[in-house]
Design a protein around this ligand. Structure first.
Ligand SMILES: [Fe+2]
Ligand SMILES: [Fe+2]
Length: 340
């Protein structure tokens, strides 16, 4: 039987109506809660030339589990398979899943879905964290924060700040390479609570020239400027659907500028993969990873790999596929495949 392919609209409508491989730890990172700022977790890695950060996004495990139970499990396990292969190719120091890990609180099972998703990511054997997506629903938010904070290999620390947290990555010699601001964009986009956390942390840590870590921020729902930079033609890559920035009105970006953020990466829109600079910040789409989410017929599922030079604290990114091949947009690539 042919199953329907989901457009975003059908996907959202349907959702409204409605094991891991063997453990192998090949990460060498050591995570510790910081004494200082609530919501900061320090990840210490060995001295190295390059720090590797792998972004999964929009896994959507358990989507349509009641309507298509066999297909749902098949797609879920297929996704786990490519996640394993993506990690083998990427050899990341840190994994971040930028939201929509599981799909809603169907029959009150959101916590169970979250546990399953966390177990699968933990089994990859790499320090990991997540940002909340609009579909990541549970009955008990406080219990979810506590679970995620203590989950195997997790560096999540969002309990004190509505999911907002920072993962600070340092090398064993003490050099701080990266401050990754992991924010909760809720159901409608970045709001005052996220910006308040961002500015409080940014102001608490000031650095001498040459000592400042790279600051990146990850969250689920894109800022309005993702649409603006596509529309003005400066974005490079592929647009497969309009930008669902929800009720974010473009005012948040200045907070990221003030906090010294160099790059933002998000998810939420499964059919776009591009980046653009706006007020000096690179706005980047992750590559959707989960077959349980819509969009596989438009963009092959994969992940985003950020390679950070630990000497210069500069980064570059590439989209990574399960077979180890990569993609980056060409210099003038600006292709609207949505035809909306
Ligand atoms: Fe999604
Ligand atoms: Fe989403």
């Amino acid at each position: 039987m042919k199953h329907p392919s989901f457009s975003r609209r059908q996907f959202m409508g349907a959702s409204a109506a409605a094991a891991g491989s063997g453990f192998f730890f090949h990460g060498t990172g050591i995570a510790a809660a910081a004494d200082g700022f609530p919501g900061e977790r320090i990840l210490t890695v060995p001295e190295k030339d390059q720090l590797r950060l792998l972004q999964f996004t929009d896994l959507h495990f358990f989507n349509a589990i009641n309507k298509y139970p066999v297909r749902e499990e098949y797609l879920r396990l297929k996704t786990i398979g490519i996640m394993r292969r993506l990690v083998d190719h990427a050899r990341p120091d840190l994994i971040i899943a930028t939201g929509d890990l599981w799909h809603e609180n169907t029959d009150g099972r959101g916590m169970e879905f979250m546990h399953w998703a966390a177990d699968q990511i933990a089994a990859l054997g790499v320090p990991w964290t997540l940002t909340w997506g609009n579909h990541d629903d549970v009955d008990d938010q406080a219990a979810a924060h506590r679970f995620l904070t203590t989950a195997l290999h997790s560096v999540y620390d969002g309990e004190a700040n509505q999911g907002h947290h920072v993962v600070a990555v340092e090398m064993s010699g003490g050099k701080r390479i990266l401050e990754l601001f992991c924010l909760n964009s809720g159901d409608t986009g970045i709001k005052a609570d996220a910006l308040d956390f961002l500015s409080r942390y940014a102001e608490a840590y000031t650095y001498a020239d040459g000592e400042a870590p790279l600051r990146m921020s990850a969250f689920h729902i894109p800022l309005k400027q993702y649409q603006d930079r596509w529309d003005d033609g400066t974005a490079r890559g592929l647009l497969g659907e309009k930008v669902y920035f929800e009720s974010e009105d473009g005012s948040a970006l200045s907070g990221f500028v003030k906090a010294g953020i160099s790059a933002i990466f998000c998810g939420h829109d499964h059919e776009s993969d591009y980046s653009a600079f706006s007020d000096g910040i690179e706005l980047i789409y992750g590559r959707a990873t989960g077959y349980n989410g819509y969009g596989a017929e438009t963009l092959d599922k994969g992940a985003k790999l950020y390679e950070i030079d630990t000497r210069t604290r500069t980064y570059r990114w590439k989209t990574l596929f399960p077979d180890g091949t990569t993609w980056q947009p060409g210099k003038d690539e600006h292709l609207d495949i949505s035809e909306e």
